[in-house]
Design a protein around this ligand. Structure first.
Ligand code: NAD
Length: 432
């Protein structure tokens, strides 16, 4: 099939490359000329495992091309995906300006029937808004479809190629048939294609993210209670997760959720529920708990040292989660700001997010070449992101490098007894 994907970020680029991989002819459109130039040269502007190879291969086969010219993409395509950002607006709701701008420009460029697909995460009612905008600008026939994306950064290609489910909200059979045909190769393993109305499809994405955020905040609260009563969250979690009604995913306590999706989608869902006079109380608490949890390690470090003035802190992990360079809403940001405000100096290391970190902190912190270099002369190590390379470090080497051997582990990477045997003071989340 001939496809245009508008917006070449985490979702658009992965979707475009994966559609091309399955034999479709894909034009990826982005309004950022620098990004498009980079992609045209076969370079990937983001870090996502396996994406560079996928893009290079499909580009070489001429199934995947990049342009800033929306018109060229639209004219060539049967299906136009909108995969632009829907950031949090000033009042907390999803800002739809980019989605509606693309819808308008798509309509102006149309030269026949098109299926216009919302892949961005958008509040209920957006398909209707897009339909309205397009109708005003064109006399050509079209269908609007909601096709929310569930991929996870860090495993985006695997998620896209083998989704748990594909959700398609469509109001007419012509569009549902085209979409089902497009996704058929992705669902050979038996994953369902779920056809539904647009409003339900739009809500699916928010409900799923809200549920995942709820599990994280819930488990963080359980961990905090564990600390208060002297229980061990590792053991509690294992027992809870063994219940088949609950399962093990998203039950790890930590420093709170971040990223470009959970925080903004939780906010947006609260907003569109309250616009209909529904107070989503659980979700309000999920958000409040998360804000508090992001600063939990700061409290522990402050309590340990009394004052942070003049302390040298090593920070391992800056990205909001492993296998990405994304620092949007990363817990590392308020945490590091708290350390700096307290008068500490911060020496940070992340395997992929250093370039992004420089745009946030500039010269306020220093950037280490590797995890050990960050430790030189440190009064404590603070672990924020659970990159695999932090899981089995050389503790003896770490002790030699640090001024005082103290570790504040926001991801429970080590066994407390093991690390204390190495001579470290150790604090983690929800464990004695
Ligand atoms: P992103 O910010 O990485 O990428 C958006 C891209 O759209 C940018 O490259 C930007 O230049 C481009 N763009 C904006 N306006 C444009 C326009 N008018 N014309 C052409 N290009 C334009 O965003 P993302 O992380 O890929 O997210 C996109 C959407 O998908 C959001 O709604 C997000 O909530 C949703 N989503 C994201 C993820 C994720 O893990 N990142 C997962 C599922 C869903």
């Amino acid at each position: 099939m001939k496809i245009a994907v508008v917006g070449t970020g985490y979702v658009g680029l992965v979707a475009g490359a994966c559609f091309a991989e399955n034999g479709n002819e894909v034009i990826c459109v982005d309004k950022e000329p620098a990004k498009v130039r980079l992609l045209q040269r076969g370079k990937i502007p983001i870090y996502e495992p396996g994406l560079d190879e996928l893009v290079r291969r499909n580009k070489a086969e001429k199934r995947l091309t990049f342009t800033t010219a929306l018109e060229r993409g639209v004219r060539n395509a049967q299906i136009v995906f909108i995969a632009v950002g829907t950031p949090t607006g000033e009042d907390g709701s999803a800002d739809l300006q980019h989605v509606l701008a693309v819808a308008r420009d798509t309509a102006k460029a149309m030269n026949g029937y098109k299926v216009i697909v919302n892949k961005s995460t958008v509040p209920v009612g957006t398909a209707a808004k897009v339909r309205e905008v397009v109708r005003r600008e064109t006399t050509h026939p079209f269908s609007v479809v909601s096709n929310p994306e569930f991929l996870k950064q860090g495993a985006a290609i695997e998620d896209f190629m083998k989704p748990d489910r594909v959700v398609i909200g469509a109001e007419d059979p012509r569009a549902s048939e085209l979409m089902s045909e497009l996704y058929a190769p992705f669902t050979r393993t038996g994953a369902p294609i779920m056809l539904m109305d647009c409003a339900s499809a739009e809500l699916c994405k928010y409900a799923a993210n809200a549920m995942l955020a709820t599990r994280i905040s819930f488990m963080n609260e359980v961990a905090n209670v564990c600390e208060a009563v002297g229980a061990n969250v590792d053991q509690v979690r294992r027992a809870v997760a063994a219940d088949r009604r609950i399962g093990p995913s998203f039950l790890f306590p930590g420093v709170g959720y971040g990223g470009s999706c959970f925080p903004k989608d939780v906010k947006a869902m609260l907003k569109f529920a309250s616009a209909k006079e529904y107070k989503f109380e659980i979700l309000e608490s999920v958000e409040a708990v998360n804000e508090r949890q992001k600063l939990r390690l700061l409290g522990k470090v402050q309590k340990h040292f009394g004052s942070l003035k003049g302390k040298r802190l090593a920070v391992w992990g800056l990205a909001f989660k492993p296998r990405t360079d994304d620092m949007r809403e990363a817990p590392s940001v308020p945490l590091i700001r708290g350390f700096l405000d307290g008068g500490a100096s911060v020496h940070a290391y992340d395997p992929e997010a250093m370039t992004v970190a420089r745009t946030i902190f500039g010269s306020k912190i220093s950037y280490a070449e590797n995890s050990y270099a960050a430790l030189t002369g440190a009064d404590a190590l603070v672990i924020v992101t659970e990159w695999n390379e932090f899981r089995e470090p050389d503790f003896a080497r770490m002790r030699k490098l640090m001024r005082t051997p103290a570790i504040f582990d926001g991801r429970n990477l080590y066994k407390p007894e093991q690390i204390r045997a190495h001579g470290f003071t150790y604090a983690s989340i929800g464990r004695p």
